[in-house]
Design a protein around this ligand. Sequence first.
Ligand code: PRP
Ligand code: URA
Length: 209
Amino acid sequence: MENVTILSHPLIQHKISILRNKATGTSEFRSLIEEIAMLMGYEALRDLPLEDVEVETPIETCMTPMLAGKKLAVVPILRAGLGMVNGILALVPSAKVGHIGLYRDEVTHEPHEYYCKLPSPIELRTIVVTDPMLATGGSAVSAVNFIKEHGGRHIKFMAIIAAPEGLDRLHAAHPDIQIYVGHLDRCLNENAYICPGLGDAGDRIFGTK
Ligand code: PRP
Ligand code: URA
């Protein structure tokens, strides 16, 4: 699928396996989400634009590449996407952070928006939307719709685990965005949870239940 990258790096796969284990506690879970986001970000940001700038080394002056353009925007989908933000900020400390608050209705599984704030000018920034779980795809499609309505254009979506249903839905709705997935799981269950998945990502990151 064009614009879809399933990341197969052994470090990402190893860390996802620890995440899946129900015996993994909140503190370790939170650290792993952040580490995986950093490893995924390293791959997802390989096309960031560069420009040559003049730098004086102890030896001589040279032209050398640095990141160009408006600062990156990281936009987590609340709550669970928040867990990935520091992983991306470790790579690009100057990035701005927006927020999109969505929760899934427990019965219909449809997303409901409760908060949104994006860094401006959003149209000039590369935008990395983060959410560990891409299940039905409803939250992801709504978040990208919202960002596009506000002028966002250069959008990357990062999910640690995706179900085929959600990946297909997001790609069909937004074929122009780049989607990065840590692992493509088997399917959704009757409650729209990913199988085998890792359970409720937000609850496991924040220790709620
Ligand atoms: C989870 C997850 C995604 C969404 C994925 O959030 O973090 O945002 O579900 O499901 P979907 O692809 O079917 O839309 P949830 O609604 O549980 O909210 P939370 O992060 O606040 O716990
Ligand atoms: N949200 C989660 O946190 N986990 C799932 O498996 C599906 C949606």
